[in-house]
Design a protein around this ligand. Structure first.
Ligand code: ZN
Ligand code: ZN
Length: 251
């Protein structure tokens, strides 16, 4: 439906301009990738908006390749609220976009949900220390704080992790141990794409495993518990090599 509409518009409109006040960006070719284009149509008011004057909304910003809907700068304050409420009320099989549009247009019916909106924590999976098909244990950040994660429920679609916050001293220790691992063994357990490197023998692995013998196996279950989170709430859930291979087996 959207595609037909887009093609129809592209055949008749030769120029695309951002309708937002004071912008005036005009293009004669309107291309883009992953469901975005230089100029997009606001799903709420139909105005055209450029990348600087819009918000695109993903149902899950770390795992969705295509945004579900777009709001121009004029509509985005209310669209932000509709988006957050849609996350609460949309069932897994509803169209997230339809639910959000319905909420946007009937905001008074959904006011009772406004108090329930909680900002979700920013979770980044930094490196793993054990794996069997998917990460089992390792380290992640929760709103910037270093945490230890351990798999809880292992399910093809709903893998969940328990998160435990590290103390300052524990974080220092784990970071220096990981730096040692990187130097002596490699960067293949790192999830952050700018850090990750493919596995290659260093010849110094034994030095690391000798050093590790004197360490206690990491276990922070007595630490402050931050909650249980689904795999798709983490940025960098997948090892970068899995992106290259187009491997979705972990999802
Ligand atoms: Zn709009
Ligand atoms: Zn603009």
């Amino acid at each position: 439906m959207y595609r037909e509409y887009k093609e129809m518009v592209e055949q008749t409109v030769k120029e695309w301009s951002c309708d937002m006040e004071g912008c005036g960006l005009t293009v004669t070719r309107n291309s883009g990738c992953c469901g975005t284009a230089t100029i997009m149509v606001c799903d709420f008011c139909g105005k055209h908006c450029c990348g600087k004057h819009r918000t695109v909304y993903y149902e899950n910003e770390w795992t969705d390749d295509y945004p579900k809907f777009t709001a121009c700068d004029e509509c985005s304050p209310q669209a932000d609220v509709a988006y957050e409420i849609a996350k609460i009320v949309a069932g897994r099989y509803d169209s997230f976009r339809d639910v959000a549009l319905e909420i946007y247009n009937n905001m008074e019916d959904y006011e009772m949900y406004i108090d329930e909106i909680e900002p979700s924590p920013v979770l980044e999976m930094l490196w793993e220390t054990d794996r069997y098909d998917c990460p089992l244990t390792g380290f992640a950040t929760h709103n910037g704080d270093l945490c230890w994660f351990e798999i809880d429920d292992w399910d093809e679609y709903d893998t969940e992790y328990n998160l435990y916050k590290l103390t300052y001293g524990q974080a220092q220790t784990e970071q220096s141990r990981h730096a040692m691992f990187q130097e002596l063994v490699g960067y293949h357990c790192d999830h952050v794409p700018s850090v990750y490197k493919n596995y290659k023998k260093t010849g110094r692995e034994e030095e690391f495993y000798q050093a590790r013998k004197s360490w206690e196996r990491e276990d922070y279950k007595e630490n402050e518990y931050l909650g249980k989170f689904r795999w798709d709430q983490f940025k960098y859930y997948k090892l970068p090599r899995h992106y290259d291979a187009g491997d979705d087996a972990e999802s």
